[in-house]
Design a protein around this ligand. Structure first.
Ligand code: MG
Ligand code: MG
Length: 256
């Protein structure tokens, strides 16, 4: 069942969304060659708690960290570790908060030092596909309209869309109905209604869409070991235009 949110609930979700966005920017400021991903995880946990919120992923279904940190060929749900980031890596950081009874959830893929033109293109296409999907998130459209837009743009650019993981509704639960796949047909799926709040989150592989799940039961990587990117924003559906609740502005303007 899809839970529609009141204006008041959307404002609390926005507070969560902005805290997640700021946390990602705080993490981003520390993404340099030589830093360990465990250090980044600690920075995020401290930042979230200092702002009076809880890290939503820590302990969620047994997940052991504040951030999902997915480097290079890891798609999503990677573990923080003593791995030191190297020049030319790409690192996807997915972050969740729990504050005033509601959740926040967003993700960004950062370059480490200087990355290849191919990787720059992967990051650009993945992020652009997210915004193209978001444009479709208005009342009257269906989930499939978002999915189709993302898949078309990604595949037109020669990349592939991960199908095993999808976007989702968000509210008092981290993952609510409806699912928001990054592949599909126009006109398919649930109709979008005012008050729906969804996370749209394309996961895009440079090579084939086939995935490999690691023995830890969480880490999902590409089967062909090529790289993968992930961008996620929270969006409230209105009859006018999509209301984007989280933002990459703190990351990209490099000030919080
Ligand atoms: Mg999500
Ligand atoms: Mg996420």
């Amino acid at each position: 069942m899809i839970k529609l949110k009141t204006k008041e609930e959307i404002e609390v979700l926005r507070e969560n969304a902005l805290l997640v966005s700021k946390t990602l920017a705080e993490v981003g400021r520390h993404i340099v060659p030589g830093v360990t991903t465990l250090e980044l995880d600690r920075i995020a946990e401290t930042y979230i708690r200092d702002n009076g919120a809880e890290p939503a992923f820590l302990g969620y279904g047994g997940f052991p960290f504040t951030l999902c940190i997915s480097v290079n060929d890891v798609i999503v749900h990677g573990f923080a570790s003593d791995y030191r980031l190297a020049d030319g890596d790409i690192i996807s950081v997915d972050c969740g908060t729990f504050y005033k009874g509601y959740y926040g959830d967003s993700a960004y893929t950062f370059p480490v030092g200087e990355i290849s033109d191919e990787d720059k293109n992967l990051l650009r296409v993945t992020k652009e596909s997210l915004f193209m999907g978001i444009e479709r998130a208005v009342t009257g459209n269906r989930i499939g309209d978002i999915s189709y837009e993302i898949q078309q743009f990604v595949e037109k650019n020669g990349f592939s869309v991960v199908r095993e993981m999808v976007g989702h509704g968000i509210g008092k639960k981290l993952h609510e109905s409806p699912e928001v796949p990054n592949f599909g047909k126009r006109g398919d799926g649930k109709r979008l209604q005012e008050g729906m709040v969804i996370c749209i989150e394309p996961m895009v592989n440079a090579g084939s869409r086939s995935v490999h799940i690691h023995d830890d039961g969480w880490t999902l990587s590409t089967a062909d070991k090529k790289r993968s990117a992930h961008f996620e924003l929270m969006v409230a559906v209105t009859s006018d235009k999509p209301m984007i609740l989280s933002t990459f502005e703190y990351i990209e303007s490099k000030n919080i």
